[in-house]
Ligand binder design. Sequence first.
Ligand SMILES: [Zn+2]
Length: 94
Amino acid sequence: MANRGNIPCEVPGCGGTRAQGYLLCSPCWRAVPRRLQSCVYSSFRAWQAVLTQKPADMPAMREASASYRAAAKAATDAACANRFPDLHQAMKEA
Ligand SMILES: [Zn+2]
């Protein structure tokens, strides 16, 4: 079984914990707009699909993993902006 709820949340300033297999803690994830949430899900599924392809397609793997990372970063950013607007602003200016 998954190891639940003991990984630090990726969102700066949050300090919460997320479960294994989740990108963010649940309050942060709820602060992510629906459109970005579905980007994260669909790019993750696409990446997993490429990983199981035989023979391995390295360029496609790299591309799919980059898309997922970009979606994950956008979601993390949005959660920070929505939950901790002052901190998010300060980080942009730093
Ligand atoms: Zn969080």
